[in-house]
Design a protein around this ligand. Structure first.
Ligand code: CO
Length: 216
């Protein structure tokens, strides 16, 4: 059997399973979605958002890219974020990295990977900013683990620095921004960072949404 047919058969089995539990499952979900969570994860095949969290279809609004980055000129990620925050009005935005992330690993090396160099450059910046701590870790696996964590923390900051998040914080006191790391070796997710609507950022990144204070 062609391997892709396994996926189509899997789809049929999944439909039957869902209908077995709730005969209206697809009718109910076809018209509207009301996810409470936006998920920004790695494209890695071993970190499927719904599986590792036990979430159902309809619960997570998902964006995935290599090494779960929040790049402030990435219109793809920003569009997903804007839709999630302003239209779906999610209560939580979760950045979930994972140990043994190949993107993070490659960013720690001098490998020339062509186009991907430009994407991984953002992780090299995180490395440079934390070089002292990282290079004090002798064990290579532990250093890799630590950079995975630092990368997630940095992406949480990057989210908080967007006007999309700040506007929602200002007007509606949501969403909470979370930084998680999934451990492929155990299956467990660990919380490593969290930013609430009243969190303080470095002043240079703060937008002023009161027109009379804009200085214009
Ligand atoms: Co990864």
């Amino acid at each position: 059997m062609d391997s892709h047919k396994k996926l189509l058969l899997g789809n049929k089995a999944w439909v039957e399973e869902k209908l077995g539990v709730n005969p209206r499952f697809f009718e109910d979900s076809a018209t509207v979605q009301r996810p409470e969570f936006m998920w920004i994860g790695c494209s890695d095949s071993r970190v499927p958002a719904e599986d590792v969290t036990g979430a159902e279809a309809g619960e997570l609004f998902v964006h995935r890219n290599i090494a779960n980055l929040v790049v402030h000129t990435d219109f793809n990620m920003l569009s997903v974020l804007q839709y999630a925050v302003e239209v779906l009005k999610v209560k939580h935005v979760i950045v979930c990295g994972h140990y043994n992330c190949g993107g993070v690993r490659n960013a720690m090396t001098r490998y020339d990977l062509g186009l991907i160099n430009k994407w991984l450059r953002h992780i090299k910046d995180v490395y440079r900013m934390n070089k002292r701590e990282l290079e004090s870790i002798a064990d290579e696996q532990l250093r890799w683990d630590r950079l995975v964590e630092m990368n997630v923390t940095e992406q949480v900051q990057n989210l908080a620095q967007t006007s999309i998040i700040q506007k929602a914080w200002h007007a509606e006191q949501r969403p909470i921004v979370h930084g998680w790391v999934y451990d492929l070796r155990t299956g467990y997710v660990k919380e490593i960072a969290c930013m609430h609507p009243n969190s303080q950022l470095d002043d240079i990144y703060m937008f002023d949404f009161e027109p009379d204070k804009s200085g214009r």
